[in-house]
Ligand binder design. Structure first.
Ligand SMILES: *Cc1c(COP(=O)(O)O)cnc(C)c1O
Length: 392
């Protein structure tokens, strides 16, 4: 009888393991170098082993790692200052992941209405294809069959609408509606951008009805789209926003940003976390924020994004039987495929390039934001070979 896997087998893992990394390259145990266009699923925004992040982490590790939120944490306050200075938000709560950020966003929105004396306004409207994490709340929010099957009964108070359909949204908002929650660009859902005009329309509907707007920028935030946060393109601001993935550059860290109005119900004792916002994570997060929020850095992200996108358009033209289109913004790009994207991911391994599959037949390219022009050219050449190997 074979032994049961000591690691719970909930993942379909590729037969690869990595020992170290450098910039946009991950080095496997046998020494093979892979060009990393997955970046740990949009996490390693500054690539692997970024010298300033390594120095910051090491320096902090030698001082103090963890103290708990029973005390003031200067590193946490510094990262909160940076986030508030660079966003719509007045206040920040730190978590260890995107899922925990989604949990708090849901709790905060419900608490807001309770605090207003309207506890019956608890329903949160979300969209098909959404992904907000794997907690019981987050799966109820996204509602996809794949994530919820067998985990019922689900937390009540969520309703899913067709993606980006502001008319359906207008019809769905009632005196029970608490908030609308969405990703400006769906990540797991297949790099599906909402569009600036639609986002403005949703903001307006929220304003007209008092509904809170919660944006999930866990994947599209932290410079990924070429702006610090994706919603900036639409010229609107949310009431509550979740951030994670890129914010720690690889250190597990997440945050909920909110306006003072939206956060009004969250007084002492209403929420907490043992690890959330610990000195080690926040020291690294503050360094990531310093680098990524810089306008010159974001301009470079946009320049690189145009370069990559232009080359990917060429790839779509070369392989019309494999690819349908390029979509996304900045360095959050998707190649919509005419075959299961897993085939391209696997063909990519054969060319030593790492990519990530998503729903809606989409291959995701989420390189480090500081990828070099040379590595962009190399990546597209490897994707070309991977596509050619499928046609062969
Ligand atoms: C990854 C992701 C999450 C969940 O984050 P975890 O850190 O895996 O808990 C939530 N929302 C979006 C949009 C994500 O991409």
């Amino acid at each position: 009888m074979s032994e049961f896997p000591h690691v719970l087998p909930t993942y379909n893992r590729a037969p690869l393991s990595f020992e170290r990394g450098e910039g946009s390259w991950a080095v496997a145990q046998d020494g093979t170098r892979y060009l990393d266009l997955g970046a740990g699923i949009a996490v390693n925004v500054l690539g692997h082993a970024h010298p300033e992040l390594v120095a910051t982490l090491t320096e902090q590790a030698q001082r103090i790692w963890h103290v708990s939120n029973l005390y003031h944490i200067p590193e946490q306050e510094r990262l909160a200052d940076l986030l508030v200075e660079n966003s719509f938000a007045d206040t920040v709560f730190f978590t260890n992941s995107g899922t925990e950020a989604a949990e708090l966003a849901i709790k905060m929105a419900r608490k807001y209405w309770d605090h207003q004396g309207q506890p019956d306004r608890f329903e949160i409207l979300t969209f098909d294809g959404a992904f907000h994490g794997r907690s019981t709340g987050a799966i109820a929010a996204a509602g996809s069959e794949k994530m919820v099957a067998g985990f019922g009964p689900l937390m009540p108070g969520f309703c899913q609408l067709p993606w980006g359909d502001s008319e359906a949204l207008a019809a769905a908002i009632t005196d029970k509606t608490c908030a609308v929650m969405l990703e400006p660009i769906q990540g797991e859902g297949g790099i599906r951008p909402l569009g600036d005009a639609e986002l403005r329309k949703i903001r307006q509907l929220c304003d007209e009805t008092g509904t809170l707007l919660i944006l999930d920028e866990v994947q599209c935030g932290m410079g990924r789209t070429g702006r610090l946060f994706a919603h900036e393109y639409a010229g609107i601001a949310p009431d509550i926003m979740m951030v994670a993935k890129g914010i720690g550059g690889g250190f597990p860290l997440g945050a909920v940003l909110a306006t003072r109005e939206a956060a009004a119900g969250m007084v002492a004792g209403t929420h907490g976390s043992t690890y959330g916002g610990n000195p080690l994570g926040c020291a690294v997060g503050a360094k990531v924020m310093e680098i990524v929020s810089d306008q010159a850095f974001l301009a470079e992200v946009n320049r690189k994004a145009s370069l990559l996108r232009q080359k990917l358009e060429g790839l779509v033209a070369t392989y019309p039987d494999i690819f349908e289109e390029v979509r996304g913004q900045g360095l959050m790009l998707g190649l919509k495929c005419k075959r299961p994207p897993g085939e391209l991911v696997a063909a990519g391994y054969g060319q030593q390039i790492l990519t990530v599959a998503a729903a809606d037949n989409t291959l995701r390219l989420l390189p480090p934001l500081n990828i070099t022009d040379e590595d962009i050219a190399e990546a597209v050449s490897r994707l070309d070979k991977a596509a050619a190997s499928l046609n062969g």
